[in-house]
Design a protein around this ligand. Sequence first.
Ligand code: C5P
Length: 403
Amino acid sequence: MVLAGKRILLIISGGIAAYKSLDLIRRLRERGASVRPIMTSGAQQFITPLAVGALAADHVFTDLFSRQDEQDVGHIRLARDCDLVLIAPATADLLAKMANGLADDLASTVLLATDRPVLAAPAMNPKMWAHPATKRNIETLRGDGIRFVGPMSGEMAESKEAGTGRMAEPLEIVAAAEMRLDDGARPLAGRKAVVTSGPTHEPIDPVRYIANRSSGRQGHAIASALAALGADVTLVSGPVSIPDPMGVHVVHVERAEEMRDAVLCALPADIAVMVAAVADWRVASAADQKIKKHPGESIPTLALTENPDILKTVGHHTQRPKLVIGFAAETQDVEANAKAKLERKGADMIVANDVSPATGIMGGTRNSVKIIRHDAVEQWPDLEKDEVAARLANLIAEQFKPE
Ligand code: C5P
């Protein structure tokens, strides 16, 4: 019953999908929400304010300079006196205005003035949706914290053209509105995170490889914890024997170079947590065939070459996530080494742990970490890896709190 008693400001812009907004109003009101509609002049070409007002049982606001509306409500109050601003349909034009901060009618002015959560249900021709300008605008709006439902793929209402651009169905929009209103418990909703986990396997030949003892437990737990707070998580995992976490998009890789490619593919992202124990070196030229043991012949030597440093690449990337976190598995001088790593890798935070064999951390279920930032060091107690993950996810969420 998330919607019960909630005040939805529904902005209807001009597209054929506006006919579905009439049903949307009913569905929202059935669930106990009140709906205050704003229509653009384009919207009024498709459906009438009379129909919208009758279904919403409220005045329909259409004019930025209406003397009566400005006296009664005023566009600033309109923008604030609601729990959610819902735009359905959201046209390419309105999204472009929003992305650029234009305010030349009531809908765009309210959208610039609001401090409430905003959910948009785009609807447009597939070519318009696929246009680089629209893509740019959507990316900008996502960065501004605007959330989206749809568009869906399928046949367009106005033509036989198929593709992505159809507005989500009213019930899908209702579900997304419920989720958006529930975001208090999901502080990372709408944020993208990429997490690496596990070891890498660097082939020597088709049957042998260089590896390490990482189990993937800590990285997987972090991916889960971020998803639980609502983040859209891509987990790039090296070979591990633990299951994929639920609710997370998992990309399985073996080698460091594959891991780097998968991580870069997941950009842009808001958060990067590089937990994987990436092998520092790989065999310079792995053999295509199994290297044979011939009695009496000399023992082969392996020439190694450096692997890409994924954390460093991400930390210095043009699409660097807002928050870049690395791990430091050290056996000595944990803090000093982690501080140096913070600088070298372009990270905002290093989670440092002592993996000397006596601690049993590598491959174990518990972890004792120090959180090292540019301006602070914090020692956490000995915790289960799940608990370390939950705490870290909360720490990350704090960085994304709206001001
Ligand atoms: O330099 P070092 O291996 O100690 O750094 C550890 C941190 O850097 C971890 O966050 C690890 O995931 C990341 N790393 C990486 N790519 C490498 C080596 C380490 O992303 N090739």
